[in-house]
Design a protein around this ligand. Structure first.
Ligand code: APR
Length: 259
């Protein structure tokens, strides 16, 4: 709750209505953004020290930037892989991995390409924007896992056809994979409750998923230190960090994984 000093302080009372709701919820969807990885030390995109404050997305994260200078683009993605490789998932990631076993109809939709949800043990994940640990041949389209850091060659080439490999991520101006996007639409419009964690809710089509959920009567729960364009539409909007609020909610959850 908003305290007299304007500071948001959370006490268990604030969560009671949500806990009550969660105790009778089966189909729960989670949408995450860069904010859930912030406490693991990964910079967000639009925050204070955000990547897009320091680097020009149009020079590094577009198809034309890649065709213009694949080496520059790969140097940047190699640097980002170096940021991500040594870090561990935080409490936020871990609670969501645990909830996958607690809620029978659980699904996790992420905009993140860092692979930290998988590292925390999450299995049932939809990666809307791809994965920085996967490379794709620009000619054959084959996708391969590659966790080398640093990359052995920059830019990397396809071992079978010799063409360039690109990061298997969605760049600005590119469409999302049709099958993946429609799975996300389907899960969003069939859930009973959607958590929206650590996203500025400005990038489409991901930012529409919570509104799809709300349209079918699902409750929307936002967790973010700052308000976003989604906040007015959320049934609950908790001001705080994912790694602090999710453990508080989990502690009050009177559900077990039944394991
Ligand atoms: N816990 C929860 N939320 C946090 C935390 C935290 N510890 N720290 C920051 N945030 C919030 C910020 O307040 C901000 O609203 O996370 C949000 C991060 O927003 P962005 O940096 O815009 O990241 P995201 O919403 O994931 O960006 C969407 O844009 O750049 C593209 O493809 C990229 O997937 C990315 C997409």
């Amino acid at each position: 709750m908003l305290s007299a000093s304007g500071e948001y302080s959370m006490d268990e009372e604030d969560f009671r209505p949500l806990i009550e709701l969660l105790s009778r919820t089966e189909r729960i969807a989670i949408l995450t953004g860069a904010g859930i990885s912030a406490e693991s030390g990964i910079p967000t995109f639009r925050g204070e020290e955000g990547l897009w404050k320091k680097y020009r997305a149009e020079e590094l994260a577009t198809p034309s930037a890649f065709s213009r200078d694949p080496k520059l683009v790969w140097e940047w993605y190699n640097w980002r892989r170096g940021l991500i490789a040594p870090v561990e998932p935080n409490q936020g990631h871990k609670i969501l991995a645990k909830w996958e076993k607690v809620f029978p109809g659980f699904c996790l939709i992420t905009q993140n390409i860092d692979g930290l949800h998988q590292k925390a043990g999450s299995k049932n994940i939809i990666e809307l924007h791809g994965n920085i640990w996967k490379l794709r041949c620009v000619k054959e389209g084959t996708i391969t896992d590659n966790r080398d850091f640093p990359l052995k060659e920059i830019p990397p080439y396809c071992p079978s056809c010799g063409e360039l490999l690109r990061p298997h991520v969605v760049w600005f101006g590119e469409s999302l994979n049709y099958e993946i996007l429609h799975r996300a639409y389907g899960l969003s419009s069939s859930c009973e409750l959607m958590f929206v964690i650590g996203t500025s809710a400005v990038v489409q089509p991901a930012a529409s998923l919570p509104l799809m959920a709300a349209e079918v009567g699902a409750k929307v729960v936002e967790i973010n230190p700052d308000p976003t364009p989604l906040t007015p539409y959320a049934d609950f909007s908790f001001r705080g960090k994912a790694g602090e609020i999710l453990p508080l909610i989990d502690k009050n959850l009177n559900r077990s994984s039944g394991a």
